[in-house]
Design a protein around this ligand. Sequence first.
Ligand SMILES: *Cc1c(COP(=O)(O)O)cnc(C)c1O
Ligand code: SF4
Length: 392
Amino acid sequence: MELWQQMIRDSVHSVDQLVEKFNIDKKVAEDLDEFFQARINPYYLSLIRYPGDPIWLQCVPDGIELDDMDGFEDPLNEDAMSPVPNITHRYPDRCLFLVTSQCGMYCRFCTRKRKVGDSGKISMKELESAFNYIEQHKEIRDVILSGGDPLMLTDTMLEKILQRLRSIPHVEIIRLGTKMPCVLPQRITPKLCEMIKKYHPIYVNTHFNHPWEITEESTQACTMLANAGCPVQNQAVLMKGVNDNAEVLMELFQKLLKIRVKPYYLFMADETKGASHFRTSIQTGLDIINKLRGYTSGLAIPHFVIDAPGGGGKIPLIPNYVLHQDEDRIVLRNYKNEVYVYREIKEHKTKTKSSEIKVEVGKNNGNGKTKAPKKFKKIEELQTVEITASKN
Ligand SMILES: *Cc1c(COP(=O)(O)O)cnc(C)c1O
Ligand code: SF4
């Protein structure tokens, strides 16, 4: 057994352990276990500094989860967008492929509580129909392995999946959505990196939420992945008591860059059942982004997004920098609230090469009438054509 597998076995998970280690009432611990099981491996447990700290809040079950009946089981409507088991296909050219229900730690704020930890819900038996789906859908050029955590699979099993995906010509890139570099960095072994290398381009999306998670061990894990040629990105979740202030997040994002991880997304917490106590206001998030942009490297600033309830996908939120905009100018503020005017240009009469022109036939011209398509003798013969910038 590899070290990381032993560490999973040594995790705090039982009701008795919860009662003993964290002083949780026995009945509450039983109800919590029923609701969403605990798994705190010895590495992540060792990061806790005091009860209720940002590490503790992310991993230790809390009775407050049971009072929250407002949230949704499946806030992102992932199940409805699942054409075959294990696949969520929401966007035109990419899909999620759930390959295991297991994780190296169970996060109390997880959006996929309904499935995570329950091997009946994400079954390895269903992989074949998922591969067939990807094979039949030539528009899928980006496959995101998720779960659970795909690095809970053995190297051998993961390699079988990567091999199969690489045999599909239209799959251009593969992403590994894994929290292991953060919660169980011992999983990133030289052997794993040697294997991954053979299937490039492999992107790794990882998930750090707090600067205390950046340790010698996690630094080594991210360095090994980067050295193996994987671009590594981070997806963080904004959470009350964990990281809901600009100083903490600036430190996190700067430290991530130092270990060659690019902050990619900062999510508003989802409306997941049992996780409302983590939610912050949207304004808190916007204020944080406002305190980062301009003050530190643009590289350190992730896209701040809401994963739209009901399955609308990730929608970016940006602090308001536009004070006024009309036909002639845009009035902007910079990060120091200094005001600048940028003059607009009139875009009529642009010269465009005929090869770039798309003639839209029979489009409504805005007067409620349909304009007849413009007649060209032969579009290839025209050198340049005058078009107007207006859409209609
Ligand atoms: C987040 C997500 C993706 C990937 O989105 P990107 O913006 O490309 O990172 C793809 N599919 C689903 C269902 C997702 O939730
Ligand atoms: S690692 Fe991801 S999928 Fe697993 S419990 Fe945490 S948030 Fe959920």
